[in-house]
Structure formats: C-alpha cells, structure tokens
Design a protein around this ligand. Structure first.
Ligand code: FE
Length: 231
C-alpha cells in the first residue's frame, strides 16, 4: 500500500462468480440519487418480484403475512440489538472477545445467533487501527446482527467513496480520527461478513454488560462512528 494509513482489504471478494445468497438490493441503478433511495417512483423489478413471490407463497398456504411482518419487525427491533450485545460481551469478557476475533460465527452461535453468511470476521479497533465495512458491489451486511442495512450503506456514494477517501466519509459522519490511525476498509460479500468491534470507551470501568449495550449503535459496528465516553 502506498499510503500506510489507508488500507483497502479485499479478501476473496466479488471476483467469485457472484453467488449472492439472498434477495439482494441490486437496485441502485434505478435510483440516481442515493439520498432518495426509498419511497420514490414506481416499484422496481425486485420489489415487484418479491411481492409476487409473497402472494404466491401465501396463496399456497406456505407462509402467512404475519410471519413476514414478524420477520421485518425482528430486523428492525431485535437484530440490530444483537450486534451490540455481542460487542458488549466482548468488552467485559476477554476470552469471549478472543473467540469472537478467531471465529465470529461460532462466537455469535454461543449467544444464540445463527448467521446467514458462512463467515463472520470481527475486526477490532485499536488506538492504531480503525476499521470500516462496505460492500462495494451491493449491500452484503451482517443482517442477523445489525438488521437491515441503512440506505447510506447501500448507496453508490458510500460504496465507491469509502474505498478512496475513507477519512472524508468518516468526517461526514462526524468522526475525526487522529492522523496516526490507520483506516482499514473491509469489503463484504455473500460468504463473508464483517463486524467492527469498537474500543470500549474510557470511564466505563465496572459497567454491566447491559449498560454497555446502551453505548453501542449500529453505525459504530459498521465503523462510521465510534462510541463516546460518558460525560
Ligand atoms: Fe453484496
């Protein structure tokens, strides 16, 4: 890398024959403005197909509309919380943190969360290294831990710029890192998802796991913000 403070990590990435495993949001082409990705214009091809699929499955009695509603609520309410729980556990339990960093999927399974992707790679922020997650191709994201990806994560703007100017993107999220910190950008794919493990803030000694969870937001686990020490 020519610039030691900006590493772009692409492990096996999208050079495999695009075996994406789920209904993916390859929909950015029909939304020129990423800020208006939702609720504008007619439904896209994938939206129409997924609605048709849902109607067929309901008509055949295979699923009920309530099950879909329940699942969507889980994505909104329960799943984002799971990522924070995993990180809070890692903050209070060094042995768990080690297992999380070694095999993220197995560590999450310990906490009762079965993840959709083959591998979860937990990347730890340190005083010297800050990690960020992107899917440069589409929107691969640890949904089982963080819920549905936010609109900005799927936007072409984020997906392209985070690789070339991560610090500028961070600044837009209000995150300014010291110059000596190396920023690493990790590119997700269908088989491999990432979770950022932020640094535990100062002045939280002796806090319970539950209280620590309250300091952790989704954006920190994607690496665009960092948790703040309590006042
Ligand atoms: Fe993707």
């Amino acid at each position: 890398m020519s610039n030691p403070h900006h590493d772009y990590y692409a492990r096996s990435h999208h050079d495999h024959e695009h075996g994406h495993d789920h209904a993916h949001d390859h929909d950015d082409h029909k939304h020129p403005n990423p800020a208006n990705e939702h609720d504008n214009g007619p439904p896209g091809e994938y939206e129409i197909m997924s609605r048709a699929m849902q109607e067929l499955l309901e008509a055949k009695g295979i699923i009920k509309a309530e099950q879909i509603t329940k699942r969507m609520e889980q994505f909104d309410e329960e799943f984002p919380y799971r990522g924070a729980q995993v990180v809070a556990r890692a903050w209070v339990d060094p042995a768990f943190k080690q297992r999380l960093l070694t095999d993220g999927r197995a560590a999450c399974a310990e906490m009762g969360t079965m993840l959709e992707a083959e591998r979860l790679i937990a990347v730890e922020n340190t005083p010297d290294v800050h990690n960020m997650i992107v899917c440069t191709l589409c929107s691969c994201y640890p949904r089982g831990l963080l819920g549905m990806p936010p609109t900005w994560y799927k936007s072409r703007n984020y997906r392209s710029r985070v690789v070339f100017e991560p610090r500028a993107v961070l600044r837009e999220f209000g995150t300014v890192l010291p110059e000596n910190v190396t920023v690493r950008v990790h590119d997700s794919n269908a088989d491999m998802r990432y979770l950022v493990v932020p640094m535990r803030p100062a002045r939280t000694e002796g806090w319970s796991e539950e209280r620590l969870v309250g300091l952790i937001s989704r954006d920190m686990l994607v690496g665009v913000t960092v948790p703040k020490a309590p006042e």
